[in-house]
Ligand binder design. Structure first.
Ligand SMILES: [Zn+2]
Length: 439
């Protein structure tokens, strides 16, 4: 089958996501793509400090083995682990590292886990776990996953989501509040900076002696993930931009992200930090301008695009974050669900009513089904899926329509760059097929 540009781009990205160890500076290393997240190591006088732990115990064992070839366990025990934020893909490997010797200090911000907290309080974790597993592609066979955009394919043992950093992780026991704090661990001076971005609880680790900055998930080689499809509250873009500015002002020689390869050399680091900030500021500004001009999220999602000089960059390609989802989340976070179209205030006009009328306009059920089939054959997968939705609204258990929608979603997924959206779409197709089989 002919491969789409999106598939080819994700395959190229997959090939960059093979496990490897990068020496960042004289005493700092980064284990890249062994696990879902990267794991950093700083070697001190009488011990080592780890930045994040990855998610999966088997991967954590392999990472630790690699680190121990450089820093032997008997003379250099793990003195501390620092969590850059409270996502499970950065914390779930901690039991492996904590089991090696004496329990290390575990550092985090005092609002650690703040993103998941409202959903835990609301009792919404079943929904987030289900959607998290769909965006992660955990139920998909290997050949359908390619890669996760910023991470290699891994299957968590329980098949669960990685949303909450508290699941299966050793909890932090050292916290800092305020903007920053300095520490001496294993004879190494480190600074922790509060850098809210992808999450409010994010921190960056600054190793000033060698000018290495570990920035967690505030930056990696993809357009930033302002809206994950599993769902999230607000991700504060102005605060995120301030964090990127702070990172720039430190003038790092090396930038070690929570996923994907590090950036080496002061110029390269400066450039990526500037471009990232410009992209976020641009999308935010354009969305706000459009909102004030009375535009709806649908209109803005279509209109707001990165300028060409940013869109063509590898580190801003929509492998993981997505510009139009960002636009919708800015709108929704600031204004709520009402898009400004008064038709959506009326509750009498239902999807069933619309489907009935579309069906009549098309010339009946058979005619609409044929139009959907033709759209699919002509490569117009979104339209085929839309028409299949109308058919399913009126006949939710009709096997033929379930299979038609599944086929349309598979074709649609083929054109999607953003791995999480692609996984979600393919998983939905798989679920529709399962439902059809069980009828
Ligand atoms: Zn992450």
């Amino acid at each position: 089958m002919h491969k789409s540009p999106a598939t080819l781009a994700l395959e190229k990205r997959r090939d960059q996501l093979t496990p490897h160890l990068v020496q960042l500076s004289k005493h700092a290393w980064l284990s890249v793509a062994e696990d879902v997240s990267n794991v950093g190591m700083i070697v001190g006088k009488d011990g080592i400090v780890l930045i994040d732990t990855g998610m999966i115990p088997d991967c954590a064992h392999r990472t630790l083995e690699k680190f121990r070839e450089i820093a032997p366990a008997d003379s250099l025990p793990i003195k501390a682990i620092i969590y850059t934020h409270g996502h499970g893909d950065h914390t779930g490997g901690s039991p492996v590292f904590c089991a090696e010797g004496d329990r290390p200090e575990i550092w985090a911000r005092d609002n650690f886990g703040s993103e998941a907290a409202p959903f835990e309080r609301a009792g919404l974790m079943p929904l987030f776990k289900a959607r998290g597993a769909m965006q992660g592609g955990f139920q998909l066979p290997l050949e359908k996953r390619i890669c996760n955009g910023i991470a290699p394919i891994r299957y968590p043992r329980a098949g669960g989501a990685v949303f909450s950093g508290k699941t299966g992780a050793v909890m932090p026991d050292h916290f800092f509040n305020g903007d920053s704090t300095s520490l001496i661990i294993a004879g190494v001076e480190l600074w922790l900076f509060a850098t809210p971005g992808e999450t409010d609880d994010a921190l960056s680790v600054w190793f000033p002696a060698e000018k290495v900055l570990f920035c967690g998930d505030d930056l990696y080689r993809s357009f930033p993930n302002v809206y994950p499809v599993r769902g999230t509250g607000n991700r504060d873009i102005p605060a995120w931009c301030s964090s990127l500015k702070l990172m720039t002002e430190l003038e790092p020689d090396v930038l070690a992200p929570g996923h994907t390869d590090p950036f080496l050399g002061r110029e390269a680091v400066h450039e990526v930090l500037s471009n990232y900030r410009e992209a976020l500021e641009y999308v935010y500004r354009k969305t706000i301008e459009g909102m004030n001009a009375g535009k709806t999220p649908d209109q803005l999602a279509e209109e707001v695009r990165l300028p060409e000089h940013l869109a063509r960059l590898d580190c801003l390609t929509e492998f993981y974050g997505n510009v139009s989802w960002t636009v919708r989340n800015i709108f929704g976070s600031l204004v709520g669900w009402f898009d400004g179209n008064p038709l959506h205030l009326a509750t009498s006009f239902t999807p069933r009513e619309e489907a009935r009328r579309i069906l009549a306009m098309a010339g009946g059920e058979g005619a609409l089904r044929r139009k959907a089939r033709t759209a699919l054959e002509q490569g117009d997968a979104p339209w085929a899926a839309r028409l299949a939705d109308h058919l399913l609204t009126l006949a939710p258990d009709k096997k033929e329509y379930l299979l038609l929608k599944a086929e349309a979603l598979d074709a649609l997924a083929e054109s999607m760059f953003t791995a999480t959206g692609r996984n979600y779409t393919l998983t939905t197709a798989q679920n529709l097929r399962k439902r059809a089989q069980n009828l």
